[in-house]
Design a protein around this ligand. Structure first.
Ligand code: SF4
Ligand code: SF4
Length: 177
């Protein structure tokens, strides 16, 4: 009896010259996926996941991504802090958009290394079979389009007010000079 290694499994196989070779019922071929699955290594890099409540929308993951497959739209809060992450980091930005196109991802893991709150992680999920390529674009933002539009508008108004106040102050200074 010979042994064959398939992944981490050691399997007994009969040599092809054995009279009983074609009577073998088990361990004669690759595993019966998906009924059987090989264990994934702890350090494996598979599908990404983002705990959006812990994201401070710093954009570091998007900036370091070598293939630009992370697309983030941040909106600055007009009310200052909008909460804290589970590690106590202050949240000042809304994530109106946080998409990762896993069809483009090269699984380098750099985004998970730079994340200051460790909220973007590689999971052990490797089989996310889809029929449409677009379905590999994962959307992690939990903001509704209406809520994002409202926050965008508030920010634009605040910025316009600040700009107007700045111009008025400059004019007043020029008039007084
Ligand atoms: S694992 Fe690498 S390629 Fe994939 S999203 Fe992160 S930085 Fe980009
Ligand atoms: S690096 Fe982390 S905290 Fe910063 S935007 Fe990416 S996921 Fe969010």
């Amino acid at each position: 009896m010979k042994h064959l290694f398939v992944g981490n499994f050691k399997r007994k196989v009969l040599p092809i010259t054995d009279d009983n070779y074609f009577k073998q019922q088990n361990d004669t071929n690759t595993i019966q996926y998906p009924m059987q699955q090989l264990p994934t290594p702890e350090v494996g890099r598979y599908q990404l996941d983002v705990e959006i409540d812990d994201c401070i929308v710093c954009d570091l993951c998007a900036k370091i991504c070598p293939v630009n497959c992370i697309d983030i739209e941040s909106i600055k809060s007009t009310e200052g802090s909008i909460g804290e992450t589970s590690d106590g980091s202050k949240k000042l930005l809304y994530a109106a958009k946080f998409d990762i196109d896993m069809a483009k991802c090269m699984y380098c893991g750099l985004c998970t290394i730079v994340c200051p709150t460790e909220c973007i992680v590689m999971t052990n999920q490797y089989d996310r079979t889809v029929f449409e390529l677009k379905d590999l674009n994962y959307e992690f933002s939990d903001m509704s389009p209406e809520f994002a539009a409202e926050k965008r508008e508030l920010l634009e108004r605040q910025q316009a007010e600040k700009q107007a106040a700045k111009l008025a102050a400059m004019k007043a200074k020029e008039g007084g000079a």
